[in-house]
Write a protein that binds this ligand. Structure first.
Ligand SMILES: *Cc1c(COP(=O)(O)O)cnc(C)c1O
Length: 366
């Protein structure tokens, strides 16, 4: 077969072990997954009610334009319906942007470590990837600017950044956007937007009006608790959306996913409640780190990346045997750190007491 050269040695995304498999392997009754930043409180009760009573006809194709969801999101954000692009998760939007703008001979600029799909999709398209190391866990926007040249097509700013949970301040972003050439698309990936509470994080929607080369990506997978339904959306000026839309698969959301996202969006009280509980959970982790002298990145998300002063693959394994699935920093490019999704208060308590046990075993502290 005449495969693209760049995919010959490529590996597929490595998802964590399924929970059922972990249960069986280690003889556990309960396994808690704190590895993919899903909402530990699930989704809105209004979605539950919809799912129990819905009679959609799944034999027919969904509305490829997602009209009802589109109207709801446009109203919620106070943007035009033509400024929105829906994806099968924001992963799909990352692929659409990449497919529309990247090919051999052009380059794309991103931070490292950051969300792995920017790099992965760029590699599939054969574009040059220019990675700029984070500075103290944050995007080094000045250094990223230096990497942009006449062959740059897309710049990725993951804000808040996965896996560090950090944000770039509004002032830094404003300054950056002013300097990026107008023919370079800046993608602001805001998968954790709903969790941010820093006053330095202004409502970035204003940048969409101000800059014709900005697209914001958001998702229903994280705070809205709908990861399995696969709904993400992009917000940009109409000219950008109309260029990207033909690259999209015609029916990239399902009937049910459009319905649940619409209902979930209407329940902002649920999002507020989850955000408040997340803050309490975050403090549990921060206090643990402070008590044991472990560094951590200040998170504006529902996960936290912190130091374990031990081999993070070993810590990952030990915690899995005790019923918790997390992400080892080695897999994310930061060794001796682990990334943990902030769970319910009870899950966090249990997790941290078991982690203490593991780190004592590892000789990190007595
Ligand atoms: C989880 C995540 C996504 C992907 O979310 P989906 O909408 O489920 O595809 C995108 N970007 C970042 C930074 C994420 O953490």
């Amino acid at each position: 077969m005449k495969w693209k050269q760049q995919i010959v040695d490529m590996k597929a995304y490595q998802p964590g072990k399924p929970m059922e498999e972990v249960k069986k392997e280690f003889g556990l009754e309960e396994v808690v997954k704190l590895a993919s930043n899903e909402n530990p409180y699930g989704f809105s009760p209004k979605v539950k009610a919809l799912l129990a009573s819905d009679h959609s006809d799944h034999a027919i194709y969904p509305d490829g334009y997602a009209q009802i969801l589109r109207t709801a999101v446009a109203k919620h954000l106070n943007v035009n319906e033509t400024q929105l692009l829906f994806g099968n998760g924001s992963d799909d939007l990352i692929a659409i942007v990449t497919r529309a703008l990247l090919y051999p001979g052009v380059n794309t600029v991103m931070a490292t470590p950051s969300f792995s799909q920017y790099r992965h999709n760029a590699e599939v398209e054969g574009a040059e990837v220019r990675e700029v190391p984070l500075a103290k866990g944050k995007h080094d926007l000045a250094a990223m600017l230096d990497e942009i040249d006449e062959n740059t097509s897309v710049v990725w700013v993951c804000n808040p950044n996965n896996p560090t949970g950090t944000i770039v301040s509004d002032a830094e972003l404003q300054d950056f956007l002013k300097k990026v050439p107008k023919e370079v698309l800046v993608v602001l990936d805001e998968a954790y937007y709903e969790y941010v509470n820093s006053p330095d994080y202004k409502d970035t929607l204003s940048y969409v009006n101000e800059y014709p080369n900005v697209i914001i990506l958001r998702t229903f997978s994280k705070a809205y608790g709908l990861a399995s339904f696969r709904v993400g959306y992009g917000i940009a000026q109409e000219e950008v959306i109309s260029k990207l839309d033909p690259v999209r698969a015609p029916f990239n959301n399902t009937i049910l996913s459009q319905k649940v996202a619409t209902v979930a969006l209407a329940d902002q009280a649920f999002i507020e409640e989850c955000k408040e509980k997340n803050e309490i959970g975050k403090k549990q982790f921060e206090q643990f780190c402070e008590k044991h002298g472990l560094n951590y990145y200040p998170s504006q998300t529902n996960f936290i990346l912190f130091e374990v002063k031990a081999d993070s693959d070993v810590v990952f394994k030990e915690m899995m045997q005790r019923g918790f699935i997390i992400r080892s920093g080695n897999a994310l490019g930061i060794s001796d750190y682990i990334r943990v999704t902030i769970g319910t208060e009870e899950q966090n308590d249990k997790f941290l007491s078991l982690l203490e046990e593991v780190l004592v075993d590892q000789g990190v502290f007595a």
